[in-house]
Design a protein around this ligand. Structure first.
Ligand code: FEO
Length: 168
């Protein structure tokens, strides 16, 4: 059985994962109307879907442990970006924020001596390490490319392979 405090923290995390999915969905929709970045677009759609899966995994966990997972209201995310570089900088910042919120969940699980939840949350800790690493790699590459159009062509060509390599 989840304590009230643990349930509250996990419901907060459900909201954050749902928001993440919306944030990346907005990036995907914006990218889709930019010319020549079909794979960047696919990357954002895929990332949005993954965040939805993170949210669902939490919802099932809370409900299976005798709690009640609450589906949150969500604010509208940022809809447009000055450049691809700005979108990826926002993605990294957002992932750092998600990692902090996972850390808060871990802290509460330890305070509450809820070792089952702590064990469950380790998957999210590992996932955040991967996602931050991926976001940093993308930002580093975009920094190198600068305004070079052929570099951007290659970035779009390689993005799906880069994300698969890091996630393996
Ligand atoms: Fe589920 Fe990228 O945080």
């Amino acid at each position: 059985m989840l304590s009230k405090k643990m349930q509250k923290q996990l419901n907060e995390q459900i909201k954050i994962e749902a928001e993440s999915s919306q944030v990346y969905l907005a990036m995907a929709s914006w990218a889709e109307i930019q010319p020549g970045i079909d794979n960047v677009t696919a990357f954002f759609y895929q990332h949005s879907e993954e965040e939805r899966q993170h949210m669902l995994k939490l919802i099932h966990f809370v409900n299976e442990r005798g709690g009640f997972a609450t589906v949150p209201a969500l604010p509208q995310p940022q809809l447009t970006f000055p450049s691809i570089k700005h979108a990826f900088a926002a993605l990294l910042k957002h992932e750092e924020f998600v990692s902090e919120s996972i850390n808060k969940c871990i802290e509460v699980s330890l305070e509450e001596k809820d070792y089952a939840t702590n064990n469950f949350l380790q998957w999210y800790v590992a996932e955040q390490i991967e996602e931050e690493a991926l976001a940093r790699t993308m930002n580093d590459k975009l920094e190198l490319i600068g305004d070079d159009k052929s570099g951007m062509y290659l970035f779009d060509k390689d993005i799906l392979t880069i994300s698969i390599d890091i996630e393996q």
